[in-house]
Design a protein around this ligand. Sequence first.
Ligand code: MTE
Length: 364
Amino acid sequence: MGNARPPDKHPAFLVRTAAPFNGGPPPDLQIRNAITPTPLFFVRNHGAVPIIDPTAYRLHVGGRVARPLELTLDDLRALPQHTVVAALQCAGNRRQEMLRLGDIPGEVPWHLEAVGNAVWRGPALADLLWLAGAATDGGPEPGHVALTGLDEVKRRGAVFGFGGSIPLTKAWGPEVILALEMNGEPLPPAHGAPLRLVVPGVIGARSVKWLGEIVVQDEPSTNYFQAVAYRLQPPDAAGGEPGEMLGDVFVTAAICDPPDGARLPAGPVVVQGYALGGGGRAVSRVELSGDDGRTWTTASLLGESRPWAWQLWQGMLELPAGPRTLVARAFDAAGGGQPAAVAQTWNAKGYMNNAWHWVAVEIV
Ligand code: MTE
């Protein structure tokens, strides 16, 4: 299917780049369901969607393992299947707020839509590591699991599969799934068919789609998307600074409704959005302010709050006429810790904006 718009995406999908295809749902539709329907789940591709013949497909597992594996889709289906409800959030989510403060060339201008929450099903990565004897090879303690996709991405004159790595300690977690299914259906091509990794609690970039190879190794992946991109560079980066490698998602909350610029009647205003806990922790509280953060009120958490998944919430603010700003922030078991302003977290590539979310509205 290459760079074409995925056929199942909602007509209201916000297309951020056409080739490769990148887009996500408008904020009001995004929070309509606790489980994001696949037509509303954002897509982040760095190259064209590869065409993979399921009968010829093989997953290779190697590196510092006692028993390298080559698995067909039937082999993978024969393993115990696990289900996890998990959010995926791109490290570039909410970059638009950062773009108001300075140019971030060549990056997708995501607003709030680069996050979704789906039901993923497939074998646990831990079961594969166990089958391959990852922990019993007698060598130096291997530290990372490198993942490479079967897509072909062009960067710096080279063509290679998108990749990255996660620490081995995370890879053994029962929540890390080799997903064959998304929301009860076979994984669609745009989301990594026939197989993708899902690493809950970690930036979306590590959930490698069209997964072709898993290598257990001492060092983090040297793939461009781990060694160069998806790193936190200083605001004055002239290029060349390695910056910090990204991993865990930061605690965050976003207001999806009302939108920026809304005109609303004075009185009670219903405010709705999503929140994520740091590192995939369950969200414990979401707070709202209608007076620039001087006073706060607690929002209601909708449904069960649990690790790995996002948390939808709804609250009410009593607002008098005039220009007002709605502010949201979230807490998890490790506390809060969101920066109040975007300027406090601005970085050269526009990653990890977890500032309090400020939405300007006009109360009439
Ligand atoms: N895997 C491959 N092979 N190629 C990619 O471009 N994009 C990554 C990740 N896995 C990507 C990939 C990024 S940055 C994100 S945020 C998630 O996939 C997005 O997953 P989705 O498109 O299913 O929403």
